[in-house]
Design a protein around this ligand. Structure first.
Ligand code: BG6
Ligand code: MG
Length: 226
């Protein structure tokens, strides 16, 4: 296995749980438009860009809307509600084990990069007080292609001068794992093994996780795939 210089983290679902706020805001929009959707359907929105999420939700509600201005107005409305929710986030909303894992990476001189589809990532990192850990932040404001395109991770690696083969991507979304693999990164799924089965390895969370554990598991997995 190659030497690891950099760890790239998705934000939503890896560092904090913002899916519930996306759900609440999208649902408010759907309800205003006269329909509802379930938390299970919401799962399909993980890692999906704002506009693509909107199109899926409208489809679930049986609505076809092609007017770009109307779509943008709906997306803005949802985002304003979402901003109200995330504005109240606190450091307590960091997912379990994340702080200790980032501290360990810092102590070992491993670079830490954010690779998120969200255009709100900087607000969230500020509210949960993690901004200072990151050597580079690449998000929906600096990318033109959504996951599963590897653009966000490739830009992140380039910004800290690492090659993909020397980086690990941590992702909770299937599309994010696909993006990492397409870009030539090591891919660690965070969540359910059955959903993230394409990843090199899957961890349930960062609780009690040490960097060495990840390297060992990756080495075995990459070795067994060779
Ligand atoms: C991803 C989330 O991180 O960001 C998606 O998993 C979300 O659910 C996407 O739609 C875009 O987020 P935002 O904050 O730019 O609307
Ligand atoms: Mg995610």
């Amino acid at each position: 296995m190659n030497k690891i210089e950099t760890c790239i983290f998705d934000l939503d679902g890896v560092i904090c749980d913002t899916a519930k706020y996306h759900f609440r805001a999208w649902r408010r929009l759907a309800n205003e438009l006269g329909f509802d959707f379930t938390e299970e359907e919401n799962e399909q929105l993980k890692g999906v860009s704002r506009i693509e999420s909107l199109k899926l939700i409208l489809h679930w509600g049986g609505m076809t809307e092609n007017d770009e201005e109307v779509l943008a107005a709906y997306a803005e409305k949802k985002n304003n509600w979402y901003l109200e929710y995330i504005d109240r986030m606190t450091p307590d909303e960091r997912l379990v084990g994340v702080t200790a894992f980032l501290d360990e990476l810092k102590a070992k001189g491993i670079k830490i990069v954010l690779g998120s589809a969200s255009k709100n990532s900087k607000v969230i990192l500020e509210r949960i007080q993690l901004t200072h850990y990151f050597d580079a932040i690449i998000d929906g404001n600096s990318t033109s292609k959504s996951k599963p395109d590897p653009e966000v991770f490739l830009l992140g690696a380039a910004e800290v001068g690492s090659r993909p083969k020397n980086c690990i991507v941590f992702e909770d979304a299937e599309k994010g794992i696909e993006a990492a693999l397409k870009g030539g990164f090591y891919a660690v799924g965070v969540g359910q093994p059955d959903v993230l089965d394409e990843a090199h390895i899957v961890i349930p969370s960062f609780e009690y996780l040490e960097f060495e554990d990840v390297l060992d598991a990756l080495s075995s997995s990459v070795g067994s795939m060779a």
